[in-house]
Design a protein around this ligand. Sequence first.
Ligand code: NDP
Length: 303
Amino acid sequence: MSEHIKCLIIGSGPAGYTAAIYAARANLKPIVYTGPEPGGQLMTTTDVENFPGYPTGIMGPQMMDELKQQAENVGTVVNYGTVTKVDFSVHPKRITIDAVILATGATAKYLGLESEQKLMGKGVTACAVCDGFFYKGQEVILVGGGDSACEEALYLSNLCPLVNMLVRRDQMRASKIMQQRVIDKENIKVFWNTQTKEVLGDDAVTGILAFNNKTNEDFEIKGDGFFVAIGHKPNTDIFIDFIDHDDAGYLITEAGSTKTNIKGVFACGDVQDKIYRQAVTAAGTGCMAALDSERYLAELELT
Ligand code: NDP
C-alpha cells in the first residue's frame, strides 16, 4: 500500500517550523522530519533578543520548543528522524509526496579545540549579530578573514571598545571593500598570521592563547567573547545531486520565491541563504515556502 504525503518538510529550525505552521493552517497536513539536530542552530544559543515579539528575549531552546508546539497545535506531525537519502527523479515513488520543503539549515564551522567546545555558549559563539549585544562595552576576539568575519567585526566594533580580529594568513579572503572598512575602523585590531591555540577561562571566556605562525611565538589576548566566523556548511549533501546549488553547496532558489529547479521542491532558511542567516529571515522564507507549496498544489489540482 502506498502512502501519500501532501507536504513533507525536512528540517526543524525556524524555517522548517514556520513553513509547518503555515502549511498546516492551509490544510496541507505537513509532516516534519526534524533531522539530526532537532531545533537547529538555535538549540545551541542562549538568549535570543532579536526575534520580534519577545520584549524580554527568549532562550533559543525554549523558542524552538514553542515553535514546535505551535506547529503541532495546528496539526503538524513532527517525526524525530533524519531523511538520509532523496531521489527526486524516480517515478513512481513508493511514498507519494506532492510538495517538499527543504529547511535543513547550515552548520557553523568551529575551530575544533576542546577548550572552545567547553566554553560554547559561555563566551564562545558563531553569531555576532545574535550574541554581540551581550558583550557591549567589553573587549572581544573574533576569528576569520572572510566577508562574514569582516561584517561581524564591524558589527561588534559598534558595540565593543576593542575587537581583536585574528586572520590566519597575511591577507584576508574578504572582498576588498569589506577589508578596507575593517582596516579603517580604529577599534578593530587585526592580528595577521595568527591562530588560536586555546580558548582561556573556566566558566566564561577570559581570553585566548594565540600564536603567530610566522614567528612561532605564543601570546595571550584578553577578551570576554570569542566569536568564530570561519564559515558555514549548508546541510545539503543529500540534495546536491538534484537541486541547483552554488559552489559552496547553498541551494539556489528563484528570485523572489522559494522555488528550486525541481517542481514541487521548495527551499527556505539558511540552506539557501548565506548572507542574512537570522532566525527571523529563516522564519520569513519558511512562510514563503509554505505559501509557494500551497499555490503549487492548488495549481496541480486545477490541471
Ligand atoms: P569564507 O569561506 O569566505 O571565509 C572563511 C574565512 O575563515 C577565511 O578567511 C578562512 O581563512 C578563515 N578560516 C577558515 N578556517 C579557519 C580556521 N580553522 N582557523 C582560522 N581561520 C579559518 O566564509 P564566509 O562565511 O566569510 O563567507 C561565505 C560566503 O558568503 C562568501 O562567498 C562570502 O562572500 C559570502 N558573504 C557575503 C556577504 C555580503 O555580501 N555582505 C556577507 C557574508 C558572507 P583562509 O582565507 O586562510 O582560508
